[in-house]
Design a protein around this ligand. Structure first.
Ligand SMILES: [Zn+2]
Length: 105
């Protein structure tokens, strides 16, 4: 993980580095629990420390996103747009027809 100063910090031992040392790992970890998506962005000074970190229960996540599963509501919005577009097209055609008829009349 990196802090505001840009230092690289090991999530396990807390060692910090100004620049990424050789073998430093930066990981993007995510878990899905129902509709909740948890994210972690841990950094490790070595693969051994990464392995030790993963052998423990995950800490409180850095970020939690709630995602909406695909629902019928999204389909309704899509089809509403399709039907609305068709209705608008028909209305334009109807107006054009009325205009043509009134010109002929
Ligand atoms: Zn470490």
């Amino acid at each position: 993980m990196t802090d505001e100063s840009g230092a690289y910090e090991c999530a396990l031992c807390g060692a910090t580095y100004e620049t990424a040392p050789e073998g430093f790992l930066g990981l993007d970890v995510e878990s899905h629990d129902g509709t909740v998506e948890n994210h972690w962005y841990p950094g490790f000074c070595s693969t051994e420390h990464a392995a030790a970190w993963f052998s423990r229960p995950l800490p409180h996540p850095d970020a939690v996103y709630t995602w909406e599963p695909h629902t019928a509501g999204a389909d309704w919005r899509f089809w509403g747009g399709v039907v609305g577009g068709l209705a608008l097209g028909l209305a334009v055609l109807a107006l054009a027809a009325v205009g043509t008829v009134s010109l002929l009349g």
